[in-house]
Ligand binder design. Structure first.
Ligand code: 13P
Length: 248
């Protein structure tokens, strides 16, 4: 049985007051059927960590370095995230792959470093529109997954985020997402050490309160990684409620 997980990726948004207020509103929910997580910008992690300290909401970094520590200006290492109360870290987000050159092998190194340091990696995979149009979706995703499966030994979460659906308002249809999620589960069963049935696979890309129900009704969608809609506490909590009711 897989418990639903809904994670808000706040990306590079908000002021300190905005994120404190958002965290405080989210923390007022009582949900035991869904795990809730937020990933604020690094600079606000400490403050959000304090706001969430007496709750069971998980805290995640949006990325981490593949290195332990040292002269890597601008980077944040996994130990620092643990220090601030993070339990999870997002790696391989398409924005990191697209704008900051994160290759499959670097994403794998980051995921491995995270798990060594005690963080659960949330590994993002997804195809571009061109790759989908050429019928290469599954091939691209298997390549991204296998790079990580080769090095990882503990528990992880996968987030399927089609690049063309992120921030565009154009979500994958539930059937499209289900098809890819089913493939991810099979790929994990064959190529990773985890039992595919235990693996939590989140969908991300323009998830909103109005499409959450249909997405979360799909058998292999275990929750969501939410961008824009996670910046509004009401929308985010509605999505969490959908997941609590419909996942599994
Ligand atoms: P949107 O929900 O804004 O499309 O972003 C999805 C995402 O990138 C979450 O990581």
């Amino acid at each position: 049985m897989r418990k639903a997980l809904v994670a808000g990726n706040w990306k590079m948004n908000g002021t300190i007051n905005d994120v404190r207020e958002l965290a405080s509103k989210i923390s007022q929910t009582e949900q035991d059927k869904v795990d809730i997580m937020v990933a604020p910008s690094f600079v606000y992690l400490h403050s959000v960590s304090e706001t969430l300290s007496k709750t069971n909401i998980f805290l995640a970094g949006q990325d981490c370095s593949e290195f332990d520590q040292g002269a890597f200006t601008g980077e944040t290492c996994a130990d620092m995230l643990v220090d601030l109360g993070c339990t999870h870290v997002i790696v391989g987000h398409s924005e990191r792959r697209q704008f900051f050159g994160d290759s499959d092998s670097r994403v794998a190194a980051k995921a491995r470093k995270a798990e060594i340091k005690g963080l659960c990696p949330i590994v993002c995979v997804g195809e571009t529109l061109e790759e989908r149009d050429r019928g290469r979706t599954i091939e691209v995703i298997e390549r991204q997954l296998c790079a990580v499966f080769k090095v990882i030994e503990n528990k992880f979460v996968i987030a399927y985020e089609p690049v063309w659906a992120i921030g565009t308002g154009k979500s994958a249809t539930p059937e499209m997402a289900q098809e890819v999620h089913e493939n991810i589960r099979q790929c994990a069963a064959v190529h990773s050490h985890v039992d595919g049935l235990d693996l939590r696979i989140l969908y991300g890309g323009s998830v909103k309160p109005d499409n959450a129900d249909e997405l979360f009704s799909m058998p292999d969608i275990d929750g969501g990684l939410i961008g824009g809609a996670s910046l509004d506490s009401e929308s985010f909590l509605k999505i969490c409620r959908s997941a609590a009711e419909l996942v599994n």
